[in-house]
Design a protein around this ligand. Sequence first.
Ligand SMILES: [Zn+2]
Length: 303
Amino acid sequence: MSRSRKLLDTDPQTSERMRRIRRRDTAPELLVRSWLWKRGARFTTHNRDLPGSPDLANRSKRWSIFVHGCFWHGHEGCKKATVPTRNNAFWTKKIADNRARDRKKEGALRQLGMKVIVLWQCEAEKLDRDEGQAANLLTLLPRPLKPSSCQQTCGKRPMTPNQLARLIKKLDPHLPISDSFETEMPGGRAEQKRAWYSSQRQHWLGWLTEYKGPGAYDRKEPGGRDAEFVYNHIVNPKMLIWLAEAVGAPRGRLLRAKKAALSAGPRMQAMSAAIRGEFPYSYIETLLKANAPRRVSGTRNGS
Ligand SMILES: [Zn+2]
């Protein structure tokens, strides 16, 4: 042991850097896992039975992900990947070997018909800002079935307005993007003062009680509608953008929806359609169901 240490006389900074490198359950890996999990993707970790043991994999959906440390796997052009000047030849060779091994592993997985995504540590750290590889990862998410086809294939019934209300009760009433949208939209501030509700969450809940009988809007139509119908008939862009933000839609997509709505204005109908274009009901329902269990365990209460 002491002899092998003598072979490579490293400086303290390099040893510290190497010491911090862990093989599995690294911070970037955990970030990727939670990012995907929150959005409804399911996977296994440490997949020793697959070539190269990818960090995350879903065998039936045939995808795998490696989360690579930038230094150790030689992320080209990345600040985190600078090779120490001391023992430069040693590190350069070591990293080149790792890269060659990585390419081999990826090739073996592709041969099995699996999609392979390589996420660098520095990209994983940007996921929550909807940058880096976020768009690429979204392609791995399960595509929700339409209520009708779902009834045929899995026997599940579409969500009712009541169930939607129960899930909405658990969401944050105020969020930065939708709050700013409320004041930016035409006549937004004046309407805020007149409104009977203090948050879009309360607004939604008031609207949804209509489907159980006459409520705040004194609708004549009786119940029997599902949550998708309600969502598609909301003529209020503020309610729609709040819901998308509350269920955890990525920031980039929220900003895009906000911009589309503001330029489609001032008619509420057109603004609502612009938001639904970015966030169709199926997308909202998937996120709502995926995020709901996490919120239930919290202690958040009140309006
Ligand atoms: Zn990097």
